[in-house]
Design a protein around this ligand. Structure first.
Ligand code: PMP
Length: 399
């Protein structure tokens, strides 16, 4: 028999599977609100001007493609620290943050998970209920039992904060807590600064291991504002992890640009942690790719390009907000009753519509509007042409 005779067919990735279904749909009016990707008002994946400019500069003086250091481009890692923690923050200036370049935000999570597995093999990992699909699978594959903490309150369209805190208070010391630093995927419901303070304090008191997933910095309220959660954890003085993704904020999805940062107690400890992160990387893929991180480092460290990026990022953020307001207006105009303010209060690329699986399926089959069965729609894929038909379809299904 073949070596692979007993290999079972794995289930399709639910969101990528939705894409395949979308591509096969002959409906000319179809709209894809499934994947978490930002499109511009023309419905296109944008090429940021700052990125095009940096690429041009890099190509004008082509560099040989040698191996990068295991932890990536030093200037890139430093720029990431500035963005995530603040270049002047005590943790950064005292050299107690270990930052490594990683293959997107997913790569940052996985390097962190593998390192944690060596350190705390018996720990449980807590993820939000609900969370990004890949959190559970990634930490399970890294060898951890994965459980959830209460998060979304469907009835109130808010956060079950007391239940969340109770779960953290009951968790064993050493439990890893994965938190969405901003723009929660899939619900769009973010914690307030006061709530972040309370979570950070609880983690410190209980000896939990916070792992912040920051995949949308700049898509919520602004670059610094979206980093508020990180500041709350810094203020407690505890050790914690932050994964960074530039997939969305630079529209560099396929270049796989991200990072992992680990905040340590001292510079000396940081050197030991970094040496272990390098072993994780070395034994997985040896060292990271060059181009995407060169582009991001160039943009972040060249003042004119940096200013251009901040403006372009603000443009994406504002366009999403405009689409949220327009969606509310059009739903109301189409006769949808009730409080729709949750659509404009939610942060980032997603809106949790509150629709159930059957309604989401009806949106697809009757109207060619593709969202995730959980009711998640990507607001960043709405534009001035498709919003009318989408609102009309939603209004029929919500009626
Ligand atoms: N975390 C969250 C919450 C995400 O939504 C995503 C991307 N959808 C990622 C991590 C992964 O980002 P990347 O594509 O950079 O690996």
């Amino acid at each position: 028999a073949s070596l692979f005779a007993a290999v079972e067919m794995a289930p399709r990735d639910p969101i990528l599977g939705l894409n395949e279904q979308f591509n096969a749909d002959p409906n000319p009016a179809k709209v894809n609100l499934g994947v978490g990707v930002y499109f511009d008002d023309a419905g296109k994946l944008p090429v940021l001007r700052c990125v095009a400019e940096a690429e041009k500069q890099l190509l004008e003086s082509p560099k040989a493609k040698g191996y990068l250091p295991i932890d990536g481009i030093a200037a890139y890692d430093k720029a990431v620290q500035g963005l995530v923690f603040g270049a002047e923050s005590e943790a950064v200036t005292s050299g107690r943050v270990a930052t490594v370049q990683a293959l997107g935000g997913t790569g940052g999570l996985k390097v962190g998970a593998d390192f944690l597995q060596r350190l705390r093999p018996a720990a449980t990992v807590l993820i939000s209920d609900p969370s990004w699909e890949n959190h559970r699978a990634l930490f399970t594959n890294a060898g951890f039992p994965v459980d959830t903490y209460p998060y979304y309150d469907a009835a109130a369209r808010g956060i079950r904060f007391d239940a969340l805190i109770a779960k953290l208070q009951a968790a064993a010391a050493g439990t890893v807590v994965v938190l969405h630093a901003c723009c929660h995927n899939p619900t769009g419901c973010d914690l307030s600064p006061a709530q972040w303070q309370q979570i950070a304090a609880t983690c410190a008191e209980r000896g939990l291991v916070p792992f912040l997933d920051m995949a949308y910095q700049g898509f919520g309220k602004g670059i610094a504002e979206d980093g508020a959660a990180v500041q709350c954890f810094l203020a407690t003085g505890q050790q914690f992890f932050v994964s960074t993704s530039f997939s969305k904020s630079f529209s560099l999805y396929g270049e796989r640009v991200g990072a992992l940062s680990v905040v340590c107690a001292s510079k000396e400890e940081c050197a030991r942690v970094l040496s272990q992160l390098k072993i994780v990387i070395r034994t997985n893929y040896s060292n990271p790719p060059t181009f995407g991180a060169q582009v991001v480092a160039t943009v972040l460290t060249t003042p004119a390009l940096r200013a251009m990026w901040e403006k372009e990022l603000a443009g994406m953020r504002e366009r999403i907000k405009a689409m949220r307001s327009a969606l509310v207006q059009q739903l109301q105009a189409a006769g949808v009753q009730g409080d729709l303010s949750y659509i404009t209060t939610q942060m980032g690329m997603f809106s949790y519509s509150g629709l159930g699986k059957e309604q989401m399926q009806r949106l697809r089959s009757e109207f060619g509007v593709y969202g995730v069965d959980s009711g998640r729609i990507c607001v960043a894929a709405l534009n001035s042409r498709n919003i009318g038909p989408v609102a009309a379809a939603l209004a029929k299904v919500m009626a």
